[in-house]
Design a protein around this ligand. Structure first.
Ligand SMILES: [Zn+2]
Ligand SMILES: [Zn+2]
Length: 141
């Protein structure tokens, strides 16, 4: 049986023994269906069709999703956070941000193997590799 993204979102929250509020599962569902990490504004615009979630609630829900390990946040070159669902995005990969439209993309094919020479007793957790340029949509035709 394949769960719908809606059921996946509700289940993921319920498994943490947390309240499955509309704002929580709808925001998580939006991240599950997204093909790339989304900014607050993009998430807000995407949710508007199904009934708007006010900005303060959305900010709180996104922080909550990150805090509970259901979402990642990645800082853009414009200093705005982008969010993605943990199940979608393992973040061993690099990200690409378009300098024209500011959209962020996952470059899942780029999984850099880092040769690390860390000082003694330093412990590596994750590398955040981000590239900048122009996306396909913004190229002159
Ligand atoms: Zn672009
Ligand atoms: Zn990613």
């Amino acid at each position: 049986m394949t769960l719908s993204t809606r059921e996946r979102a509700k289940t993921a929250i319920a498994e943490l023994n947390e309240r499955v509020t509309d704002a929580r599962w709808r925001t998580l569902e939006a991240l599950f269906v997204a093909e790339r990490p989304l900014s607050h504004a993009e998430i807000e615009a995407g949710l508007a069709a199904g009934g708007a979630i006010d900005r303060v609630t959305l900010y709180r829900v996104l922080d909550w999703l990150v805090g509970r390990g259901l979402a990642h946040k990645i800082e853009g070159h414009d200093q705005a956070w982008r969010f993605s669902a943990v199940g979608n995005d393992t973040h061993g990969h690099a990200h690409f941000q378009c300098t024209q439209c500011n959209k962020m993309y996952c470059l899942t094919a780029i999984q850099p193997t880092l040769v690390l020479a860390l000082p003694p007793r330093f412990h590596f957790e994750e590398a955040d590799i981000s590239l900048r340029g122009t996306c396909a949509d913004c190229q002159p035709r």
